[in-house]
Write a protein that binds this ligand. Sequence first.
Ligand SMILES: Nc1ncnc2c1ncn2[C@@H]1O[C@H](COP(=O)(O)OP(=O)(O)OP(=O)(O)O)[C@@H](O)[C@H]1O
Ligand SMILES: [Mg+2]
Length: 320
Amino acid sequence: MDAALEDALMRTDLPLLGRREGKVRDVYELPRRAGEAPRLLVVATDRISAFDVVMPVPIAGKGRLLTALSLFWFRFLRERSRVPDHLLSDRVSEVPGIDATSVRALVGRSMICKAARVVPIECVVRGYLAGSGWHEYRESGRICGLELPKGLQRSDRLPAPIFTPATKASEGHDENITFEQAVATAGSEVMERLRAWSLELYELAAAHASERGILLADTKFEFGFELDADSAPTDSLMLIDEVLTPDSSRYWPADAWAPGRDPPSFDKQHLREWLLALEARGGWDRSPPGPPLPRAVIEETVARYREALARLTSDAPATR
Ligand SMILES: Nc1ncnc2c1ncn2[C@@H]1O[C@H](COP(=O)(O)OP(=O)(O)OP(=O)(O)O)[C@@H](O)[C@H]1O
Ligand SMILES: [Mg+2]
């Protein structure tokens, strides 16, 4: 890609309606076309968050790497599963009314999607014991109410992948909940379907990653109901948001994995470790704004995202 295109993008301000800002992505509504369902423009900026705080400096290139990986997986999963998804196009030329400078900024980092009524449950699948799953298991022997064998270690492979839903908190941390609690929020028919879909998508992705020397320790999917031309939710569910990126997933290099250890992951682990060390020195207390990041941390972080993309989208399975 043209090096000039790698200018960092911290935020967008496009002449479109309905701007919403997530931690990483800026979302806009596209102009309505008569008789057609509403569409969104989702732009992955170069923002990065850690401990739920957006850092004050961009990770140049991250938004494009995330978008490339999401697009790869949406297409991969479409070919192999029957789970519908929200992706319509990644062609910036289909976004009406934006100038050439904005087009340049958006290329490779935006997706046109079907707008959804979001199901307010994070659909997490875990194949290994890490993160909040490991902490819950260590305290109670369970995750999200699911009883697990005794004596598992940190990073251990689970006997089979498990569905461990979480709340989608608009502020603060998402919280792990039981399947029954998810059913109380979203209904049993919906949750049965989302559990089956999530497990199916996880298995497809984990098998592909494993052929490339990468373990998919866990991942989070989001789903929503398609809207009709009057913006009313239909009963058609679809996969939305980003999919199987290092921001929504924990990927480990297979050759660095061993039960009892915490393998380095293809995401912002380096940044998290640097922030923890800063916190230990009294230099930050996890409240916004985040601290300015040293160049080495930024470069190491983008290198991890780049390597994840290169390995996961490579044709040839790794020989190992
Ligand atoms: N098709 C869709 N229809 C409606 N909303 C969507 C769709 N796809 C993704 N989203 C939402 O767009 C936002 C993407 O922004 P981002 O991931 O940066 O936010 P976030 O900080 O993770 O916020 P959140 O906690 O709300 O997910 C998310 O809130 C996600 O739920
Ligand atoms: Mg998100």
